[in-house]
Design a protein around this ligand. Sequence first.
Ligand SMILES: *Cc1c(COP(=O)(O)O)cnc(C)c1O
Length: 414
Amino acid sequence: MHFDAPSFAEGNSDSTAQFNGLKQFKTAGRGFWGNVSDKDWNDWKWQLKHRITTVEQLEKLMPTLTPEERAGAVLANANKLAMAVTPYFFNLIDMADENCPIRRQVIPRIEETTTAKWEMSDPCGEDSHSPVPGLVHRYPDRVLFLVTDRCAAYCRYCTRSRLVSNASGYDFHPEFDRQIAYIAEHPEIRDVLLSGGDPLLFSDDKLEQLLARLRAIPHVEFLRIGTRIPVFLPQRITPEFCAMLKKFHPLFISIHSNHPRELTTEVREALGRLADAGVPLGNQSVMLKHVNDDVTVMKAHVQKLLMCRVRPYYIYQCDLIAGSSHLRTTVQKGLEIMEGLRGHTTGYAVPQFVIDAPGGGGKVPINPDYIKQLNGKRVIIRNFENKIFEYPEKEDGTPVVAPHASELEWLGKD
Ligand SMILES: *Cc1c(COP(=O)(O)O)cnc(C)c1O
């Protein structure tokens, strides 16, 4: 008897090797900054001060800088979302790979100047739901509080590129008092989500003042911070910072990581410090072309997040932000990824796929269809292996008989 076991095994072990490689925790290393002292390198202010922000720096540091990237970097700084990358994060770029998933997220490209017909500057309609500048009140019981317009590094697909800037100085929003007053005057607001920009760019003192103002409002039950700093700048997550956060529980943090290579040993340690301070951690990913639009990559990523004590929370379909077509993938691809995760790995590792509805509808959950039939008499469902099952429901109190095998067979075929 003959069969093709060897070639199958080979193909299989290739993807297993890729998967295992993605799951390894590695340090970002020192790269071009080998001569910098440990003290400086581990100082988050040093990292911020030495960010890569100019095309001249890119030319020096990236031997493989492409014409598309060079032109993108020039235009980005002139009239679009600024470029900035921390030295730590820059070291994760694979210089040999033009499509490196790290590179695509932070190095501008000329395609950013192309705006598709359906792309917008405010794709989620946030400005129309802002009772006070910098506050978005879309859902009944919670607000999004945009506390600053700066980030440690700028994601090229930023949904708030209309707001973020790279000016210096780290102070509260000019409307800060009105923002706090609005929350205080609206007792239905029980959940405040701090975002921006990145709230963790504030000093410990400044952030403590902000959290204390919110905690002084009796109806604010729950605080959370959306931040990419644990990924762009893990040096920011100091023991002193974690001790400060502890005073404001219940306080959750949502990080933003898209690819398993972003989860380095440095990031794992920073996240461990937050978890040890009792901060429950979630992750938000954006599905991006050539970055993470792939089941193997996503599965390695979500499993690695659990090892960092982070629960995958949302995967976003890329917002229709102007100049992001080159990073966009299809909703169908997102569904394929969800199919490839649910049932195939730990339930805690499976995030919710959402579309933030263009124009301001909020987040809409998008799920593969596991219901084959639902008619009041019975529910016919399929599992992750595409096997068909029936859950009987009563109609007029009469139990339903088992489904006909022929019908199940038919349902399984579509
Ligand atoms: C995402 C978001 C929230 C928080 O939504 P959850 O589903 O509770 O995480 C709140 N307000 C706005 C405007 C948002 O975009």
